[in-house]
Design a binder for this molecule. Structure first.
Ligand SMILES: [Zn+2]
Length: 193
């Protein structure tokens, strides 16, 4: 399965524009929307400029400053939209179960008591009882809840999940890739507001 929604640039292709003022705008990330305006990905400024020059994408939001090229300058893209619809493979979002992605999905809150401190990752059905490392069996849990639950099922210790864990959508991965959501992205990420 492809690991990237936006196809990689051809090897050896020179970046047409240097990222002027590198590091200023949230690590030089650009929000990528599908043709349907659904947010699907985050890419580098260079990658976005390549897509724009090839007319595979259009700019929806730009920064007030420009990227300097050899012969011309272009506004620094903040949000781009693909001109043709890309089918987002389900596996793209099922693939990576990282601590950050679990915490982001769960709103950085313990799924048992709601506290926001000292988060750990908990297997709802413990691994020792055959619980899989899958999105529907892993939740954010504070350390005290995790210790209390130990190697048991939640109901065995009188604990309950606040909501059933599920595979997250692309927005969670966008948040993980760009912990600080630029203001220009917000209107395209209703859940991140
Ligand atoms: Zn807790």
């Amino acid at each position: 399965m492809s690991t990237s929604v936006v196809p990689p640039a051809p090897i050896g292709s020179a970046p047409p524009f240097e990222h002027h003022r590198r590091g200023r705008e949230h690590g030089g990330r650009v929000l990528v929307l599908n043709a349907t305006y659904e947010p699907i990905n985050v890419c580098t400024v260079r990658r976005a400029v390549v897509l724009l020059l090839k007319e595979k994408a259009e700019v929806l939001e730009r920064a007030s400053w420009e990227l300097r090229g050899e012969h011309t300058s272009v506004p620094r893209p903040m949000v781009i939209r693909l001109r043709t619809y890309v089918r987002v493979p389900r596996d793209t979002h099922r693939r990576k179960i990282t601590r950050r992605a679990v915490f982001a999905r769960d709103g950085w809150a313990c799924q048992y008591c709601g506290t926001r401190g000292s988060l750990t990752v908990d297997h709802v059905i413990p691994r020792s009882k055959g619980g899989p490392s899958s999105w529907d069996n892993i939740v954010a849990s504070c350390a005290p809840c995790n210790r209390r639950k130990a190697d048991l099922l939640p109901r065995q210790v009188g604990m309950a999940l606040r909501r059933a864990p599920r595979t997250p959508g692309p927005q969670v991965f966008i948040q993980v890739a760009s912990p600080t959501i630029p203001a220009a992205w917000r209107q395209y990420l209703p859940e991140a507001a």
